[in-house]
Ligand binder design. Structure first.
Ligand code: KG4
Ligand code: ZN
Length: 344
């Protein structure tokens, strides 16, 4: 089954072709990062206009790279939410129009569920990777979401915890801004941290309830630190050390909670998903913290960690397998598509 995936939830216009939910045929991503760097963050109005310009060329390129045409497609999966409504609309309307014209099923996908399916995708570099095995625990950490989930089977979730305030990626972005690093902050902090000393500043770890997260206190602690050392903001070593200390604090909490969940539910696999799963230190810390009999999985291809349409096509495939009749006749219904997976 050949699925066209469309993702426009934030600042990436992405279209992919995925075969049978796992085999990557193409994954074209047009990132607006350079544009939003000028304003230090995403301006929804600007993002929306850029999606309108890029969506058709990106679809054409994805089909070309996958060596197929519209008539070869069996279904269209698209991000229905959560995300910036003005950005989502371009992908949603394009998908609905294409689906109606081609007379093929339309599969609305939750963006976070999409991130979770990125670990199912087979690329040229991980061909021999075995299919993930349920039950497993997955940590989703992105710019807008941070959840710990026991994933029992396709479509079967137990939501263990979530952030009570900022998501991990949001904390990376806000701290980067405090340090004068460009948008998006995550990759910048992680780069600075490689040259820094993570033990120089003892920043707080918020353990809150068992599987929930909270990063706003940490963000405030960094703000105070920076205010008290404002003369050092031009000192590269200071930036590197604060970045490393902050990163240690975030990854320690994320890794320990992931390990705690893996042990409690006796799973054999733990997954990292979402933009923050691109963080090298998080991957190392999770490996160190998880019991040795629990396999750790994440996407080695960084373009599959951050927003992309291949993960949406993969998630769409499994949704379709579970309930094909529903998607053959799907149409938009009243209600808010901008809901977390728990309320989807
Ligand atoms: O999943 P994603 O691409 O978009 C959302 O769904 O939000 O995640 C983007 C987030 C941003 O906050 C970005 O700073 C963070 O992921 N991120 C990272 C890294 N790469 C991206 N955070 C830490 N380390 C990284 N290497
Ligand atoms: Zn995302």
């Amino acid at each position: 089954m050949l699925i066209l995936g469309i993702e426009t939830s934030c600042d990436e216009t992405s279209v992919a072709v995925v075969e049978n939910g796992r085999i990557l045929r193409s994954n074209v991503i047009f990132s607006q990062i350079e544009m939003h760097r000028k304003t230090g963050g995403v301006v929804p109005e600007v993002a929306a206009r850029e999606h309108i310009i890029k969506i058709i060329p990106v679809i054409e390129e994805a089909l070309l790279k996958a060596n197929c045409s519209m008539s070869d497609l069996d279904a269209i999966a698209f991000t229905y939410g959560p995300g910036l409504m003005t950005s989502l609309l371009t992908g949603i309307n394009t998908a609905i129009t294409l689906g109606k014209v081609l007379k093929i099923p339309l599969i609305p996908v939750n963006h976070i569920e999409g991130h979770m399916y990125a670990n199912w995708i087979i690329t040229n570099s991980n061909e021999s990777t075995p299919e993930p095995q349920f039950p497993l625990v997955v940590l989703t950490a992105s710019g807008g979401h941070n959840e710990l989930i026991l994933w029992k089977n396709h479509g079967e979730y137990k939501f263990l915890g979530a952030t009570l305030d900022d998501a991990a990626g949001e904390a990376f972005d806000k701290v980067a801004r405090l340090l004068g690093l460009p948008y998006p902050g995550g990759p910048q902090i992680s780069k600075a941290a490689e040259k820094g000393d993570g033990s120089r500043y003892n920043l707080p770890r918020a353990w809150v309830t068992k599987f929930d997260f909270s990063f706003s206190g940490l963000k405030t602690a960094v703000l105070r630190l920076v205010e008290n050392h404002s003369e050092q903001l031009k000192d590269e070593q200071f930036i590197n050390d604060v970045s490393a200390s902050f990163q240690e604090s975030v990854v320690e909490v994320l890794a320990k909670k992931l390990a705690k969940a893996a042990i409690k539910f006796g799973v054999k696999e733990a997954h990292l998903a979402g933009g923050v799963s691109a963080n090298k230190r998080l991957r190392e810390k999770a490996r160190e913290t998880l019991p040795t009999n629990v396999a750790l999985k994440f996407c080695t291809d960084l373009t599959l960690c951050t927003d992309n349409a291949a993960m949406i096509a993969a998630a769409g495939f499994y949704r379709y397998q579970a309930n094909s009749e529903k998607y053959k006749t799907w149409k938009p219904v009243e209600g808010n598509p901008n809901l977390a997976l728990k309320n989807w």
